[in-house]
Ligand binder design. Structure first.
Ligand code: ADP
Ligand code: MG
Length: 689
């Protein structure tokens, strides 16, 4: 059953081949796209003033009836169209330069609505240099508000309005797809009325009502899709079970753990176990601030799988992190006879072949790695558990590809980017969410300071002081958008300077061991540098942002960030999270000279706030959701009219209603609603297609 909404725009009167092509450039293909191309504002005719009351240079809207039309040609190549217009008080002139077509558009007697710039330099006359001119149809004169659209080349504001009128005319019988009870309950206008009132409202109040409907509609449909997907996911039965565990490594591990899990870790572990023991696959997002101890939960989950003779996969975004998790888990799993392997691009071909063989035959229990896990030849025998760390670094597709390597595996996605609730609802509405709120005990909050670049010696003195106490420092070099090579160059240059200083007896940094880490280092070199740093053989690690995520060296106490104003708040917070992981006092030093007011504000906010959630909220507000999560990867749909920050309340209500509706199966029997859903969400949202 095709809806009239699905007809191509050319179906609309006034849209020929050429206009249709132009409309495509702003993503308008169908009647639906067209009618959901909402005005960005309205021209308010009630703000019309008498022309005589206007001032020189003012931008005004005036109105009146055409009393004369004249074309002047003062010079070759210059044509001036001058239309005399009479309003209630006087006659004024509307003027166009080099726009001959105007001659054909208007005739004496027409009523015009003109927006333009006033020029009063000609004796007593008022001249209005036209920016926009509308022919007013006497019949629809009561419409005081005219829509203003964002346009594309080849289509004028006026043409767009005509097209929109025609489009509206052709959908007069459009069927409502939103449940009537909801529209009634929230006093929202029906579809056709809303369309009419958002494009050609009688007053601002009805335009507002129409907007409210479309905002709600957008959220509601999205939530319905997400909730439905989550339900569907829960309908499938997984093929594996942990019931008959063959060993008790898990128990042993917990007993030997060098620290006591925090209350939050215990609670999340309960949540995870409940999911794992259920017959339905787990799809859980674990949020916990940097350093909150998420790795422990992945370890527990993987061990539970190994106990039951099943396999686990642990995917991380960088090789450094893969290596680190491999080292940490190897240590943690010592004596437990867990067959752990690391798969990165660093290993040799024969090693790789060997690993893949063992994986397929079940001689490997847990495989840790980067994207390298995703290639087709990586085949598991019985993959039951998938852990994805620092998920914001992965695209939706990559996550899906890993899941496909098992039959409905249990999935734990971990992120240190605190995701504000509203965003979590939209971007991850199909996942269950667990949160670790509190850091392990004994951590001292990191002290954060801002210093200017010409006082960088203060930083060096701090680094020296810490080094004398056996502590280590990071210095992170500026982020250079899109260019790992330039980033590497900057880091290399700084490292060279520091090495020079470390050899100079008169320098503060004399005698310190300097290391360098960046993305352009050869395979293997990165790991060597990290290993030296981990072992304490490097005092100062100069690095690019490659260390941003996950790196865990508790002995490091100084994180210095050069040109910190170039980083987003969330990213700064990630970097700061690299220190303060042990029990000694740590420092985060921002070295920068912020120029703009905005960047000064950001730096101040960061110095004064240690709470990741609060910073994330601020970052979201400053940069918007797309930037915040990384546009391509975020999985959040683009909204046409809704705004998850401004319209939070509507979002929460929409979610509640979507859940209720699915609970009562109301939505599933509503054929026309289902169709609308299908049309709007052709592509996958966050986890499963
Ligand atoms: P993140 O959540 O950032 O991944 P990690 O899992 O790397 O954090 O943990 C940070 C540090 O805290 C690690 O050194 C880890 O061993 C330690 N840790 C984790 N849980 C606890 C705990 N309950 N008590 C003490 N230290 C802990
Ligand atoms: Mg981590």
């Amino acid at each position: 059953m095709e809806s009239i909404f699905d007809k191509p725009v050319q179906f609309v009167k006034g849209v020929g081949h050429k206009k249709a092509e132009n409309l495509k450039k702003i993503e308008i293909f169908t009647l639906f796209d067209l009618l959901y191309h909402f005005p960005k504002d309205y021209l308010n005719r009630s703000s019309v003033i008498p022309a005589y009351a206007s001032m020189h240079g003012q931008l005004v809207t005036v109105s009146g009836r055409v009393v004369g039309i004249q074309e002047l040609k003062p010079r070759k190549n210059l044509s001036i169209i001058k239309i005399a217009v009479r309003d209630h008080y006087s006659v004024f002139f509307a003027v166009w330069f080099n726009q001959k077509h105007v001659l054909k558009q208007y005739k004496v007697g027409d009523k015009l609505l003109i927006t333009g710039k006033v020029d009063r330099s000609y004796r007593n006359t008022v001249q209005v240099n036209v920016v926009e001119c509308e022919l007013i149809d006497e019949n629809e004169d009561k419409n005081l508000l005219l829509p203003i659209y964002s346009l594309t080349e080849g289509i004028t504001q006026r043409q767009m309005r005509v097209i929109m009128q025609n489009a509206l005319y052709s959908v007069q019988d459009i069927k409502e797809f939103m449940p009537k009870e909801l529209l009634d309950k929230y006093k929202l206008p029906a579809l056709y009325d809303a369309l009419k009132n958002i494009h050609f409202p009688e007053d601002l109040e009805s335009a507002k009502k129409a907007r409210r409907r479309f905002i709600f509609e957008e959220f509601f449909l999205l939530q319905l899709a997400l909730v439905r997907r989550r339900k569907n996911l829960k309908e499938v039965k997984k093929l594996h079970s942990y019931q008959n565990a063959k060993s008790n490594r898990l128990k042993f591990f917990l007993e030997c753990l060098p620290f006591k899990p925090t209350a939050d870790q215990n609670r999340v572990w309960e949540e995870i176990q409940r999911d794992m023991n259920s017959t339905k696959p787990m799809n859980r997002l674990l949020q916990g601030d940097v350093g909150s101890g998420k790795t422990l939960l992945s370890a527990l989950m993987l061990l539970k799988a190994v106990d039951a003779g099943l396999q686990g996969a642990f995917m991380v975004p960088t090789e450094i992190l893969a290596e680190q998790h491999y080292i940490n888990l190897s240590k943690w799993f010592e004596g437990l006879e867990v067959k752990l392997e690391l798969l990165t691009s660093r290993i040799s071909k024969s090693q790789r072949t060997d690993i893949l063989h063992k994986l397929k035959s079940g001689q490997i229990d847990v495989l840790i790695g980067t994207h390298a896990l995703l290639t087709e030849d990586v085949v598991f025998k019985n993959l039951a558990c998938v852990v994805i760390d620092e998920q914001h670094r992965f695209g939706v597709k990559q996550r899906l590809n890993l899941l496909k390597k098992g039959a409905y595996p249990d999935v734990l996605i971990m992120t240190a980017t605190p995701i504000p609730r509203t965003l979590a609802l939209t971007a991850y509405g199909d996942l269950d969410i667990s949160v670790i709120n509190n850091l392990p005990p004994g951590r001292k909050p990191v002290r954060t300071y801002h210093i200017t670049k010409d006082s960088i010696d203060k930083l060096y003195r701090l680094i020296k002081k810490e080094a004398l106490n056996g502590r280590q420092s990071y210095i992170v070099c500026p982020l250079i958008e899109e260019s790992e090579a330039l980033e590497a160059e900057a880091a290399t240059k700084l490292a060279d300077e520091l090495i020079e200083m470390s050899r100079d007896k008169s320098s503060i940094l004399y005698g310190l061991r300097i290391g360098l880490l960046h993305g352009k280092l050869k395979v293997g070199e990165k790991e060597n540098v990290m290993e030296m740093f981990r072992k304490g053989e490097i005092d100062v690690l100069v690095s690019t942002t490659v260390i941003e995520v996950g790196v865990d060296v508790p002995n490091a106490t100084v994180m210095a960030i050069i040109d910190a104003e170039r980083f987003g708040l969330a990213q700064l917070h990630q970097l700061r999270g690299r220190v303060g992981r042990g029990t000694s006092q740590s420092y985060c030093i921002l070295v920068c000279d912020p120029k703009s007011k905005e960047s000064r504000m950001r730096i101040n906010a960061f110095v004064n706030t240690s709470d990741g959630f609060e910073l994330a909220e601020q970052d979201l507000r400053l940069r918007g959701p797309g930037e915040f999560l990384g546009t391509k990867q975020s999985g959040i749909p683009k909204f046409k009219i809704a705004d998850i920050i401004r319209d939070q309340k509507a979002l929460i209500v929409a979610k509640k209603e979507a859940e209720l509706m699915l609970e009562n199966k109301g939505a599933l029997s509503n054929e026309i609603l289902l169709q609308e859903l299908k049309k709007r969400f052709k592509t996958g949202l966050s986890l499963v297609n």
